[in-house]
Design a protein around this ligand. Structure first.
Ligand code: NAD
Ligand code: WQD
Length: 340
């Protein structure tokens, strides 16, 4: 298939571009580089051995999105593009609703106009909200999220279901990611947050490489084994493989719109993650325990049974793989991707 990858220069998109090419698909990237660097593209081409066409446009611009579809023959869309920082979305809700909703509407309109009816969407475990029983299963239907970011995912899932109900040809896989971490084993591409990292793994990696003094563990008085929060971390390469599996399964889905959890099914605590990273680095890393972070849930992980049985997908990489690959990337690129 010729696959349009929106947000293909970003963290998960870039790894998925490599997996799609390795699986024999042609890839076209669209990204406005608002949260990524154009230099990632050269690395993708070097690693994949193919030319990767890139359209540097903002998908909230419906006219430009329409022109993109008029110029490129596209069989399917994998839609990563969006803003993703939970805390920032609380401070800038309008920017999040505008960017994430408008970019999705532009894509859906252009897809309808050009008869493209295969779509894979980056949703998130955050749609399960505060009250879903753990492990999370896809049939839980009281979706909600405490942040504007998460709420855009809930709303987009609903919009896609409504559009599919009106268009019998449309097939949509809603992929609910748990906590993606890790990097390509080459050390050439990885997560490159701008500014202070919001998420645990890139923060630990920046402590290890000397860009930050110490990790602050957000609370150790949760009702978990060691008192720190537990999450379902999965390797970004496993996640990328999940996109290929979902894309190739779209035409055979049991319902036109189907949600799939992509996670390992296991929770790991903050301190266990820090210890795993210390094993990868070969030395202890400085940390302190601070107060809880507003909005954090104590512990959640996926029930990945549906992805296993219907997509034939399963996460295979370990926490130690995730840390070793992140460390290789961070050591080789202490300041992330170069500007030019
Ligand atoms: P990322 O920021 O690295 O990648 C997103 C890419 O989209 C960036 O390259 C950015 O420049 C681009 N983009 C943003 N708005 C755009 C627009 N209007 N037009 C064109 N390009 C635009 O993020 P990521 O971690 O790779 O996440 C990808 C997707 O997965 C996002 O939708 C995110 O919400 C979702 N997701 C991420 C996580 C996670 O922990 N990383 C978890 C669950 C879901
Ligand atoms: C993991 C654990 C923190 C940083 C977020 C989004 C979620 C999804 C994935 C997109 C938590 C603790 C963190 C630090 C810490 N994204 N922590 N010190 O919050 O589970 O999920 O990313 O959809 O929607 O909410 O991930 O990596 O921020 O935190 O102690 O400096 O690490 O408290 O327990 P989270 P995270």
């Amino acid at each position: 298939m010729r696959v349009l990858v929106s947000g293909g220069a970003g963290y998960i998109g870039s790894h998925t571009v490599l997996s799609l090419v390795a699986a024999g698909h042609d890839v076209v990237v669209v990204d406005d580089f608002s949260n990524s660097k154009p230099t990632v593209v050269g690395r993708l081409e070097a690693l994949s051995g193919v030319h990767v066409p890139v359209h540097a446009i903002d998908l909230t611009d419906a006219a430009k999105t329409e022109r993109l579809f008029a110029h490129e023959q596209i069989d399917a869309v994998v839609h990563f593009a969006g803003l993703k920082a939970v805390g920032e979305s609380v401070a800038k809700p309008l920017e999040y609703y505008r960017n994430n909703l408008d970019s999705t509407l532009s894509l859906l309109e252009a897809m309808r106009h050009h008869g493209v009816h295969r779509l894979v969407f980056s949703s998130s475990a955050t749609v399960y909200g505060e009250h879903a029983p753990v492990p999370y299963t896809e049939d839980y239907d009281r979706l909600s999220s405490s942040s504007p970011y998460g709420q855009t995912k809930v709303m987009i899932e609903r919009i896609m279901a409504d559009v599919a109900a009106a268009d019998p040809a449309l097939r949509v896989a809603l992929l609910r990611y748990f906590n993606p971490v890790g990097a390509h084993p080459s050390g050439q591409i990885g997560e490159d947050p701008q500014g202070i990292p919001n998420n645990l793994m890139p923060f630990i990696a920046q402590v290890a490489v000397g860009r930050r003094d110490k990790l602050t563990v957000f609370g150790d008085d949760y009702p978990t084994a060691d008192g720190t929060c537990e999450r379902d971390y999965l390797h970004v390469e496993d996640l990328a493989a999940g996109h290929v599996a979902a894309l190739e399964h779209l035409d055979d889905m049991v319902t036109p719109v189907r949600a799939f959890n992509l996670g390992t099914g296991t929770g790991t605590s903050v301190l266990a993650m820090l210890q795993a990273f210390e094993r990868a680095v070969g030395r202890e890393l400085p940390y302190e325990v601070g107060p809880r972070r507003a909005g954090d849930l104590p512990a959640f992980w996926a029930d990945p049974t549906r992805a296993q049985t219907e997509l034939g997908w399963q996460a295979v990489k370990t926490i130690d793989d995730m840390c070793a690959d992140t460390w290789r990337w961070q050591q080789a690129n202490p300041q992330g991707f170069p500007d030019a």
